[in-house]
Design a protein around this ligand. Sequence first.
Ligand code: ADE
Length: 265
Amino acid sequence: MRIDVVSIFPEYLAPLELSLIGKARQDGLLELNVHDLRTFTTDKHRTVDDTPYGGGAGMVMKPEPWAQALESVAKPSEGAKPVLIVPSPAGERFNQALAYELAEEEQLVFACGRYEGIDERVIEWAQEHFTVRPMSLGDYVLNGGEVAVLAMVEAIGRLLPGVVGNPESLVEESHSDGLLEYPVYTKPSAWRDYDVPAVLLSGNHGKIAQWRRHEQFRRTSERRPDLLAEFDAGSLSRADRNALADLGYDVVDGRLQARHGDAAS
Ligand code: ADE
């Protein structure tokens, strides 16, 4: 995969030289280029922003440098358009399913906006050359797209073949199956006043798997009941249904429904 990031703060992306993503780049599993938007300006002051039409606070990023930058980095392959991700709190919410989807692409280009955002005409024009996906990390406002790009590139990059040493660790993790991950423990088995749950020391793999599954349901119902509401309950085993019934959830028409006043939600 090839990733290009355009930003007025290229140094912000330095962490992508570290750890698993840095190693993936060194190993040639991921080609990642960071570009300074100002190198695509033509005026003496390397201007990237101007006041908003219609008035209002803040500045808006000018279209010309963005078009130059995006034209220069786009590398369409066999007619396929690269994907242009525009981080924005007004975008579609990024999640694990999107990380898997985007990990299949040949090229991703990230356009990091700052100030009040990028002139909207850039987003319209870019659709000629890219599949454009405005994307939000969550319902809060960051100062610019760079932090969102760090998060998205890590989430996508770790799914590329060979990046995570043991691909099994991608299977049993939060959000891979629509649930949060179960809690994990290591040695010592007794630490201060806290013991590791006895079942994990039992050597009974069936019981351990059942306990972990139950913990996934318990955690998800306590912390993210919204995920349980979306969960496809059609494939649940009898043991799963019992565990969920204990937590106050019934299966109704293939969906989990919280018994009123009972479930953690
Ligand atoms: N830029 C500013 N806020 C953002 C957010 N929540 N997600 C993605 N990009 C952003």
